[in-house]
Write a protein that binds this ligand. Structure first.
Ligand code: IMP
Length: 457
C-alpha cells in the first residue's frame, strides 16, 4: 500500500481549479487498490455535484463518462453512495446504471433519502435564463443544477427522492411549483419570442424546448403545455421513477459512520473544482454548491483524514469567468486543447485552455489544507504536455520550461526525463507539496505511482 494512505480511513479527491482535471481516473485507480484481496476502499461516496459534472475513465480500452454515478461503480465489490447534496436527475441516473450494469452486473449503488431531485422545469429555467440573457450568461452546463439548488435553499425544496414515491405529496409539490414558476416561464417565453436571432435559429419556443434532450430519449418539451408545466405528465413520470428507485434509497451518513467504526475505509469523490465553489470560487461564475475541502466535508457529513489534490499539469476552464493564465494565441490554444482532448464531457463544449496558475494553486491549498498538513498532489495529464514548452505563471511572472519529452510507459520518478522532472519538481518546491501520483495516459495503468519512494517526507 502507498505509505501516504496508511491509517487514512476517509480519503477525499478534490480538484484544485475548475474541474475537468481527470479526477475520474485517479478515483478509479485508488478504488482499484486492494488489501488482502478485498478493495482497500469498500465504499466510494459522492457527496456533491450533479449531472453537470463529467468523470471520464478508461478501462480495458473502453471509455466511460459518468455524470451522476461514482466512477468506481464499475469495480466489483465496491458499494457506491450518492449523498444528499447531490442534485439528482433520475434519467441521467437510469441511463448510467444501464451502462454500468452491462460491465458490472453486481453494481451496488445507493442514494441518500434526502437527495434533491432536478425537475424538468429546473432544466428548462437553466437553459432559458442563459439563452435569453446573453449579457449575464454564466455558461452553465444547462443541466438544471442551479435552479434545483435555488428551490432547495428557498426551503420550498419540494422533492426528495423518497418523496417521489409519495403520490399525494408529490402532486402537491408539483402543483406548487407550477403556481410559482409558470409566470417566470411565461416571461422567458416572451423574451425568447422577442429575440429575432433565437427565432431564426430555433423557429419557435416549443421547437427550442424540443431540442433539449433529457437522457434515455425524451425531450424537455414533453413536460410542458404551451410553455407551462404539465402537472399530470410530470406526476406520472416521476411517480414511476420513485418506484424504480425505491430499493436504492438509504440513510447514507449513519451507515457510513457505522462502517468507519468497523474500520472500513471510504473514498470520497469530490466534483468540479475549488474555484467553482459558490463561496470561495470566482463568483458569480461558479456552480451551485460547495467544492472546497471544508465545503465537501460539510456536504458529506463526515470529516476527511486525507485530501488528495488533483492538479492538472496545465489549466482549463469551461464556461465563462476569469481565467488569468488563459492562452490567447489561437493556434497554440487549439494545439493544447486537441492534445489534451479538452472538450466538455458533459456538454461537448471546447474548453478554454491555459498554463498552470501558481498563485491560484497556492490559494487552493490554503483552502483545502490544514496548517499541519503537506498538500499531496495527483498531477494529471502530464503526458499531454509532450512537445510543448509549458509555462507556470504567478504574479512574479512566468517561468517557461524546456520542451517536455514523451513519458509514455514511464512508471517511476527516477525514469522521468529531465525536463518533465524539472517541471514537476518546480510545482512541488513552489507550493511545498508532494506529488504522489502522476497521470501519463488515459487508462488505469498509465499512472506513475512511485514518486513518493524517492523523496522522503
Ligand atoms: P452549472 O454547475 O451547470 O450551474 O454551471 C456553472 C459553472 O460551473 C459553469 O461555468 C460550468 O461550466 C461549471 N461547471 C459545472 N460543473 C462542472 C464540471 O464538472 N466541470 C467543469 N466545469 C463545471
Amino acid at each position: 500500500m502507498h505509505e501516504w494512505l496508511e491509517n487514512k480511513k476517509v480519503v477525499a479527491i478534490i480538484d484544485t481549479f475548475f474541474g475537468d482535471s481527470g479526477k475520474g481516473k485517479i478515483i478509479d485507480y485508488l478504488a482499484s487498490l486492494t488489501s488482502n484481496n478485498k478493495p482497500l476502499f469498500p465504499y466510494v461516496y459522492r457527496p456533491n455535484g450533479g449531472p453537470n459534472t463529467g468523470h471520464t475513465i478508461e478501462v480495458n480500452n473502453k471509455k466511460y463518462i459518468f455524470h451522476l454515478i461514482p466512477s468506481a461503480a464499475l469495480i466489483k465489490e465496491i458499494k457506491c453512495f450518492i449523498g444528499k447534496a447531490v442534485t439528482f436527475e433520475p434519467r441521467t441516473f437510469f441511463e448510467e446504471l444501464e451502462i454500468i450494469s452491462k460491465a458490472n452486473p453486481d453494481v451496488k449503488i445507493y442514494i441518500d433519502q434526502d437527495t434533491h431531485v432536478i425537475m424538468p422545469w429546473h432544466t428548462a429555467l437553466d437553459n432559458l435564463r442563459e439563452i435569453t440573457n446573453s449579457k449575464t450568461k454564466i455558461g452553465t452546463t444547462g443541466r438544471g443544477v442551479g435552479p434545483c439548488m435555488e428551490t432547495k435553499c428557498s426551503r420550498k425544496g419540494f422533492v426528495t427522492v423518497g418523496m417521489l414515491n409519495n403520490e399525494e405529496e408529490l402532486k402537491i409539490r408539483i402543483n406548487e411549483a407550477a403556481i410559482k414558476l409558470n409566470p417566470e416561464l411565461k416571461d422567458l417565453k416572451e423574451r425568447f419570442n422577442e429575440n429575432k436571432e433565437l427565432l431564426i435559429q430555433y423557429k419557435s419556443f416549443d421547437h427550442y424546448l424540443n431540442t433539449i434532450k433529457l437522457p434515455t430519449g425524451i425531450t424537455l418539451s414533453k413536460f410542458f403545455i404551451d410553455g407551462e408545466i404539465d402537472v399530470d405528465f410530470t406526476l406520472r413520470e416521476y411517480k414511476d421513477y420513485g418506484k424504480k428507485l425505491e430499493n436504492l434509497i438509504v440513510n447514507v451518513i449513519p451507515f457510513l459512520r457505522s462502517e468507519l467504526n468497523n474500520n472500513k475505509r471510504i473514498l470520497v469523490e469530490g466534483t468540479q473544482g475549488v474555484f467553482l465553489d459558490m463561496q470561495h470560487g470566482t463568483y458569480p461564475y461558479v456552480t451551485a454548491g460547495l467544492t472546497t475541502r471544508a465545503g465537501l466535508e460539510h456536504h458529506a457529513g463526515i470529516f476527511f483524514d486525507l485530501v488528495i489534490n488533483v492538479v492538472k499539469a496545465y489549466g482549463t476552464r469551461v464556461g465563462n469567468g476569469p481565467f488569468t493564465t488563459e492562452i490567447l494565441d489561437l493556434e497554440l490554444s487549439k494545439k493544447l486543447r486537441d492534445s489534451g482532448n479538452e472538450y466538455g464531457s458533459t456538454t461537448g463544449r471546447p474548453r478554454r485552455v491555459g498554463w498552470l496558475d501558481l498563485d491560484a494553486l497556492k490559494l487552493a491549498f490554503e483552502l483545502n489544507m490544514r496548517e499541519d498538513e503537506i498538500p499531496l498532489i495527483a498531477l494529471t495529464k502530464l503526458d499531454v504536455l509532450e512537445g510543448f514548452e509549458p509555462q507556470i505563471i504567478s504574479k512574479e511572472g512566468s517561468v517557461i520550461f524546456d520542451k517536455l519529452e514523451s513519458i509514455n510507459g514511464i512508471k517511476s520518478l527516477e525514469d522521468l526525463p529531465k525536463n518533465s522532472k524539472t517541471y514537476v519538481k518546480y510545482i512541488e518546491e513552489q507550493t511545498n507539496s508532494k506529488i504522489v501520483l502522476i497521470g501519463n495516459g488515459a487508462s488505469r495503468e498509465q499512472i506513475i505511482t512511485e514518486y513518493n519512494k524517492v523523496i522522503a517526507y
